[in-house]
Write a protein that binds this ligand. Structure first.
Ligand code: PHE
Length: 341
């Protein structure tokens, strides 16, 4: 029996040293030390031994088991070290290779202007609100005192979704006046920037999609003087102190009285030049006192409350600020163009 164990030791140690992966090693463990393994098979014959020999052989068997277990463990550690080494060699990276060129994005000039305007109004306590571009004709027109039959409701001017002219792409941000009055508690001070859509052919000054900023104040005792003072202040912040403005009478169905605000051309000082197309003045926005009919339609008593509103085109503003001569450049998103600003 002693000889059997000796030969098992020799062949097992050799086999363990030769095992070249973890799976083979595990198979060896089962083969030699497992319940149906070779060592167990030897021990089964213990019964044939004398009472004196039995403990001696038992001790030898335990030693052998411990020895083989240690050998297997040692080999397992060796193998995993070798595997790790191999893996590291396979996965080496060349740190001297040049890095991939990372291109950082660039803020769009129109959004720079928008951020500037938001800052100005936030500084005056206005709230910035957002609303739907797909709108009901009710909000885009009717509640703004633009009745059926008004030319701006024509299919040739407006993108409708339904035959009954009920759902459309908003043609102006003015429906945001109605949304604000219907949902907010008074007083209201808000601006609402966003996209608007009209059936216009694309050229240097037109696009079927462009951006407007709506602004509105509703409170007790608000007058045209507030409108003028506030907008003059905004103009000075955008175009510089001392910019001369002109409030020119105009008509909008949802404001009464209505006006357009022009600034004196900052390029020629009002003499007339290519920037102002010889006019001396540049139109900036439309505005007016919110029509009593619009107020009462939104559940606000026009005898108690009054307000003013304005709407301005964002692209036009950005084009003026950055001396951009073609509207299409704003939407083409050619980085070579955008990176100049
Ligand atoms: N919505 C008008 C337009 O698109 C502008 C405007 C807004 C005028 C608010 C008066 C008050 O031309």
């Amino acid at each position: 029996m002693k000889e059997l164990m000796q030969s098992l030791r020799e062949s097992a140690v050799q086999a363990i040293l030769n095992a070249d992966d973890a799976e083979k090693l595990e198979n060896l463990r089962v083969r030699y030390l497992g319940k149906k393994g070779e060592l167990t098979a030897i021990l089964r014959q213990m019964g044939k031994l004398s009472a004196e020999e039995r403990p001696v052989m038992g001790q030898l068997a335990n030693q052998l088991r411990a020895e083989l277990e240690t050998a297997i463990e040692k080999r397992r550690a060796e193998l995993s070290r070798v595997m790790m080494q191999k893996k590291l060699e396979q996965e080496t990276i060349d740190v001297t290779l040049p890095a991939k060129d990372m291109r950082l994005g660039h803020k769009h000039p129109m959004y720079s202007v928008l951020d500037q305007i938001k800052d100005i109004f936030i500084g005056m306590g206005f709230e910035i609100v957002d609303g739907p571009e797909v709108e009901l004709a009710d909000y885009n027109f009717t509640k703004l005192n633009i009745d059926e039959g008004h030319p701006s409701r024509e299919w040739t001017d407006t993108f409708y979704f339904t035959e009954d002219s009920r759902i459309l792409l908003r043609t102006q941000t003015s429906p945001m006046q109605v949304h604000a009055m219907e949902t907010k508690s008074l007083p209201i001070r808000m601006i609402a920037p966003g996209r608007v859509y009209r059936k216009d052919e694309v050229d240097a000054t037109h696009s079927p999609m462009f951006h407007q900023i709506e602004g509105m104040v509703i409170d007790k005792g608000v007058t045209m003087a507030d409108l003028k003072a506030t907008l003059n202040l905004v103009v000075e912040k955008i175009y510089g102190e001392g910019t001369v403005t002109r409030f020119r009478p105009h008509h909008f169905p949802f404001t009464e009285p209505s006006c357009e605000l022009d600034i004196q051309c900052h390029k020629c000082g009002g003499k007339g030049c290519p920037t102002c197309k010889g006019e001396g003045w540049i139109e900036v926005l439309g505005a007016g006192m919110v029509h009593p009919k619009v107020l009462s339609g939104c559940g606000i008593d026009p005898d108690v409350y009054s307000g003013w509103a304005f709407g301005m085109g964002l692209e036009r503003l950005a084009m003026g600020e950055y001396k951009i001569t073609d509207l299409r450049l704003i939407f083409e998103n050619d980085v070579r163009f955008l990176e100049q600003f």
